[in-house]
Every structure is written in structure tokens, then in C-alpha cells.
Ligand binder design. Structure first.
Ligand SMILES: *[C@@H]1O[C@H](CO)[C@@H](O)[C@H](O)[C@H]1NC(C)=O
Ligand SMILES: *[C@@H]1O[C@H](CO)[C@@H](O)[C@H](O)[C@H]1NC(C)=O
Ligand SMILES: *[C@@H]1O[C@H](CO)[C@@H](O)[C@H](O)[C@H]1NC(C)=O
Ligand SMILES: *[C@@H]1O[C@H](CO)[C@@H](O)[C@H](O)[C@H]1NC(C)=O
Ligand SMILES: *[C@@H]1O[C@H](CO)[C@@H](O)[C@H](O)[C@H]1NC(C)=O
Length: 366
């Protein structure tokens, strides 16, 4: 109802009191309209202030993000300079913990650069390294799992002294998270080192000099427990018996220089261990499909050095002059043969470990 309509509705014969009352109502209405306008203006003002506030905040943020991105780029080219840039621009606090967090998050950072920074000899970098290692949680992880997690967060530098500092810090942290697993941090350190070297040689086709598993095991008996985690290949195969010529289904695991077989995938102890040293491999025809054979070249009757566990738990020497194995498919046969061939051509990397072991024991003495 608009004002004119309202006016026509007002009768002309109002008493003076009624006239006064009407006047009051009109004034009140006018005041209310003015109040509303004032409020509208205020709202508009505040809204525009908020908008301005937002855009300056945004601009600041954008500026900051740009600088952080620049810092990361600098870090990837020269880690020390990158960190310095971030600190000087108030983008990172100059404490070992803050820097460690930044590296641990690793967003936009090259893992090689992270490894280089953490490996530096500088007192401060060593503090950062320790803070960085502390950010990793290794509780209830086995050593291989812990190493995998640790080595995922950066790339190990090539320099032996850097690796040494890092593995030392790793071993300390692992033992702190898992008290009682190792007698000493040194044992943990040596085993970690051995795992890395073994793993490197397993996965690196350029490493010709591969360690023999027996040598590793003789040096690091703990390693026996983890061969499964370092396997090159595993799967079900049929194996022909040595004395009794029956085919048995076994779970085979190929590691660096040994073939292990288990009755069940979950067994902790293998039923048999076949060191691959001095053996050759060839395809053979049999009633079973996809067969291959491990044998000693030029020596048909010699028994292959190997061991197996009897049903009663005794470990005895094997009695095979050859091992005949049948794979489920032609592809799997190829894969097994190729992997075993690759595993057979080898020699130890283990001297590096031996040197390190000596170093650690001489450090202990001094
Ligand atoms: C950070 O602190 C360390 C030691 O507290 C110092 O050596 C280094 O120069 C500082 N870095 C920067 C960029 O301020
Ligand atoms: C990281 O840096 C290394 C060495 O500077 C370089 O070879 C590598 O390609 C870089 N990685 C990435 C993902 O940029
Ligand atoms: C072993 O090497 C492979 C390939 O380089 C890598 O993916 C894996 O994390 C390594 N494992 C350990 C325990 O170092
Ligand atoms: C391999 O051959 C060498 C040299 O004949 C011998 O010393 C070594 O014991 C053999 N290893 C195995 C596992 O048969
Ligand atoms: C190995 O098998 C042969 C027969 O093939 C047998 O004469 C010999 O006694 C067996 N050796 C062992 C240790 O079982």
C-alpha cells in the first residue's frame, strides 16, 4: 500500500488529538526510513572494507607463495643458498627443527638436494639431520621397512662420509624407536648398510660385482631374517625330489645368490636353501611343462652343495646332482630363468661393508 493510497484512506474529520497522533506516526516512519538508509550505508562501507582487506591479504599471500616457490627453486640448485634465502625473507625460522620440518615435508624439493643438505658436515646441518631423523617414526617397523621409509624422503648422497653420518643417525633413531631389537647401534648401522648395498646391487643392473648371500649371511646373521624382503623374484614352482622322484609344490624365493624354498608362503624357515654359486641353468624337456634345471657344469655326478630341513626339523645336506623345476607358465619359466641367470653371474660388493665394519669397530676402540 503506497503513501497516496494511505492518504485517501484517512478520513478528513479527525479530532486534533487524532491529527497529532497521525503526525507522530508519520514522523516516526520518516525516522525509521532514515535509520534504514544509514544502516544500508554502513553495511556497504563495511562490506567494501572487508573486500579490500581480503585483497590485500590475498596479495600478501600470493607474494609470499611466490617467494617460497623461488626459495624452493634456489634450494634445488644450491640447498644452502635456498635455505638462506627463505630465512632472510622470514619464510622459514632459522632453527634446526623448522628446517628439518621443511625438508621432511619436502614439497617441491628435489630429493637429491635434500640428501646433499642433510649430508653436510657443518655442525648446524648435523643438527638439522638429527631433527629430520627424529621426525620419522620407526616404532614396530622392521629394519627394511624403516629404511625404505627413511630413504624415501631424500636421495642418499654418493659420498661415503655423508652416507656414514646419515646411517649413523638412522641407526640411532631406529634403536630409540625399537629398543631391544639390536644389541648396539653399531649392529643396526652395519646391517642397515649391508641392506642398502645388497639392495643396490640387486636392483642395479650396472653392478656386476654382486655379493654372495652366504658371505653376507656369515657377516650378518640377522640378514637371514630379511631375505624375503629383498627377494628378486618369488612364486610357486614344482620341484622334483632328489632321492624320491616326486614333484612337490614349493614357494620359491630368489635372492641375490640363493634360491630358498618353503612349504607355505608364511613359513619363517625355508625347507631348503640352494646356493647358486658355481651352478648353471638350462631348459629341459620333461613330462611336466616349462622345466629348467640347475646343475654343476662339467660334473654330472657331483652332489650340489645345498641344505634342506627334514620333516623332523633336522637340517641335512641336499642330495641333488641337479635341481629340476617346473614353472606354471612359459612366461614364468622365462622370468625365473632370466632372474637366476642374472643372479648367478656375480662377485662381492661386500668388501665395502667389511671396510666399514672395521671402521666402526676401530671407532669403538678409540
Ligand atoms: C642460522 O643459524 C646458524 C646457527 O645458529 C648460523 O650459523 C647461520 O648463519 C644462520 N643462517 C642464517 C641464514 O641466518
Ligand atoms: C634433482 O637434482 C638432480 C641433481 O641436480 C637431477 O639429476 C635430477 O634430475 C633432479 N630431479 C628432479 C625430479 O628434478
Ligand atoms: C631397494 O631399491 C629399490 C630400487 O632402487 C627401492 O625402491 C627400495 O626402496 C630399496 N629398498 C631399501 C630397503 O633400500
Ligand atoms: C664353488 O667353486 C669354488 C672353486 O671350485 C669352491 O671353492 C666353492 O666352495 C664352490 N662353492 C659352492 C657353493 O659349491
Ligand atoms: C643320496 O642319494 C643316493 C642315491 O641316489 C644314495 O645312495 C645316497 O645314500 C644319498 N645320500 C644321502 C646323504 O642321503
Amino acid at each position: 500500500v503506497n503513501q497516496d493510497t494511505l492518504l485517501t484512506l484517512i478520513p478528513d474529520d479527525l479530532t486534533p488529538e487524532e491529527q497529532q497522533e497521525l503526525e507522530n506516526i508519520r514522523r516516526r516512519k520518516q525516522e525509521l526510513l532514515e535509520d534504514i538508509q544509514r544502516l544500508k550505508n554502513e553495511i556497504a562501507e563495511v562490506t567494501s572494507e572487508i573486500e579490500n582487506l581480503g585483497s590485500t591479504e590475498e596479495r600478501k599471500n600470493m607474494q609470499r607463495n611466490k617467494q617460497v616457490a623461488m626459495g624452493r627453486k634456489k634450494f634445488n640448485m644450491d640447498p644452502k643458498k635456498g635455505i638462506q634465502f627463505l630465512i632472510e625473507n622470514d619464510l622459514l625460522k632459522n632453527t634446526s627443527n623448522d628446517i628439518a620440518q621443511f625438508l621432511y615435508k619436502g614439497e617441491g624439493l628435489n630429493k637429491t638436494a635434500i640428501g646433499d643438505y642433510l649430508g653436510e658436515r657443518d655442525e648446524f646441518n648435523i643438527q638439522v639431520l638429527h631433527a629430520f631423523v627424529e621426525l620419522h617414526e620407526f616404532t614396530d617397523l622392521n629394519l627394511v621397512q624403516a629404511l625404505r621409509q627413511f630413504l624415501w624422503s631424500f636421495r642418499l648422497p654418493g659420498e661415503a662420509q655423508k652416507i656414514d653420518r646419515m646411517m649413523e643417525a638412522f641407526a640411532q633413531r631406529y634403536c630409540q624407536c625399537n629398543p631391544g631389537v639390536f644389541q648396539s647401534t653399531d649392529t643396526c648401522y652395519i646391517l642397515s648398510f649391508a641392506i642398502i648395498m645388497l639392495n643396490t646391487s640387486l636392483h642395479n643392473p650396472n653392478v656386476k660385482d654382486k655379493p654372495t648371500v652366504e658371505r653376507f649371511i656369515s657377516m650378518n646373521r640377522d640378514l637371514v631374517c630379511i631375505y624375503g624382503q629383498l627377494s628378486l623374484l618369488e612364486g610357486w614352482l614344482l620341484k622334483l625330489g632328489g632321492r624320491v622322484k616326486t614333484w612337490k609344490r614349493r614357494w620359491f624365493i630368489l635372492t641375490d645368490n640363493c634360491l630358498y624354498y618353503f612349504e607355505y608362503t608364511t613359513d619363517k624357515e625355508p625347507r631348503g636353501i640352494i646356493p647358486l654359486e658355481n651352478l648353471s641353468i638350462k631348459e629341459v624337456e620333461d613330462k611336466k611343462p616349462n622345466c629348467f634345471e640347475l646343475f654343476i657344469p662339467d660334473n654330472k655326478d657331483q652332489v650340489i652343495k645345498a641344505c634342506k630341513t627334514e620333516a623332523d626339523g633336522r637340517v641335512v645336506e641336499g642330495n641333488h646332482t641337479f635341481y629340476r623345476i617346473s614353472a606354471p607358465t612359459a612366461e614364468e619359466k622365462e622370468e625365473w630363468m632370466n632372474s637366476i641367470k642374472a643372479a648367478i653371474s656375480r662377485d662381492p660388493f661386500y668388501e665395502m661393508l667389511a671396510a666399514r665394519k672395521k671402521k666402526v669397530s676401530s671407532m669403538k676402540r678409540h
